[in-house]
Design a protein around this ligand. Structure first.
Ligand code: GUN
Length: 296
């Protein structure tokens, strides 16, 4: 059996188009476009690429994009003052501070300063708490995107065995919560898990989010399982001096066993920005006292 490839790129493009339609309707109803502010501190090359992509996607969806670039040696007080200004700016519905921040800045303190109702990353403890107790809030973009792909592929997740590998605040923990809320039976595996291959072999759904290149092998996968690979790892390519992107799953062996699998690149990656736009538009509706569209 060869697994069906889950086309995250196509799914993300469709979601962005849908966000664009709703964004146009929102602008009519609210008298202004929904707005997303992105803050980048320093010159980390990967972050610069992400921020540029977010800006482009925001504008393409018909939303207002406010970009703030600050030098790497920006003082905490300056960054916190900017966040405060964005919190009170009525044109700004969502705020994203690109991580990682330079080492001298306290990420938790900066996240805590963002208004929870504009925290479209879903990183604020208030939003983590809302997810935990089942109140409406904002859910981190990557795990929400994974859930969308899973539901699209599998439909009802009730009763399925899910194993999430990785326990980060950004992916693993919210992913486990979302799967639990969708009535899956969830195991969180991590670096101290005993006999990880045996644990993964139980799973109808595997979500790999550990940041270890090609760690999950095909013979760990239950035949027919749905495999979601969140990893984005750059490794040396066969050709001297070149690199290539691989996931946390050994795609070549897993594709022979799984029922469906996300490729890297082109699987989970494109979903993150699409869900960010979705979250920003939901924030705009809530902040304007409008009901967010049910199909977003
Ligand atoms: N850095 C890499 N991914 C993300 C993300 O989703 N949000 C933020 N704020 N920073 C990131």
């Amino acid at each position: 059996m060869v697994a069906e490839r889950i086309d995250g790129k196509a799914f993300a493009a469709a979601l962005r188009a849908k966000v664009g339609e709703h964004a146009a309707r929102y602008a009519e109803a609210a008298g202004r476009p929904a707005g997303l502010a992105v803050v980048l501190v320093g010159e980390d090359p990967a972050s610069q690429v992400y921020v540029r992509s977010k800006h482009k996607a925001t504008v393409e969806a018909g939303m207002a994009s406010f970009e703030h670039r600050l030098p790497a040696d920006t003082e905490a007080a300056t960054l916190l003052a900017l966040v405060d200004q964005l919190n009170t700016d009525p044109a700004v519905d969502g705020i994203l501070v690109q991580l990682p921040l330079p080492a001298h800045l306290d990420e938790q303190a900066v996240i805590a300063a963002i208004s929870p109702d504009k925290d479209v990353d879903g990183f604020h403890v208030i939003n983590a708490g809302r997810l935990s107790v089942g109140q409406p809030g904002f859910v981190p973009c990557t795990p929400l995107g994974c859930l969308m792909l899973l539901k699209d592929r599998l439909g009802d997740l009730s009763g399925l065995e899910a194993v999430v590998i990785g326990r980060s605040n950004i992916v693993g923990k919210p992913m486990a919560q979302l799967l639990t809320d969708a009535n899956a039976t969830v195991t969180i595996a991590h670096s101290r898990t005993r006999d990880l291959p045996a644990v993964v072999r139980r799973a109808d759904i595997v979500v790999a989010a550990v940041g270890r290149p090609e760690m999950v092998k095909g013979d760990w996968i239950k035949p027919g399982a749905c495999v979601i690979d969140v990893g984005i790892n750059r490794v040396p390519a066969a050709e001297e001096g070149k690199t290539r992107l691989v996931g946390d799953v050994d795609f070549a062996s897993a594709v022979e066993v799984a029922g469906s699998i996300t490729p890297v690149p082109g699987g989970v990656g494109p979903m993150t920005i699409a869900v960010l736009l979705r979250n920003a538009l939901v924030a705009a509706h809530r902040n304007a006292g409008l009901e967010a569209p049910a199909d977003l």
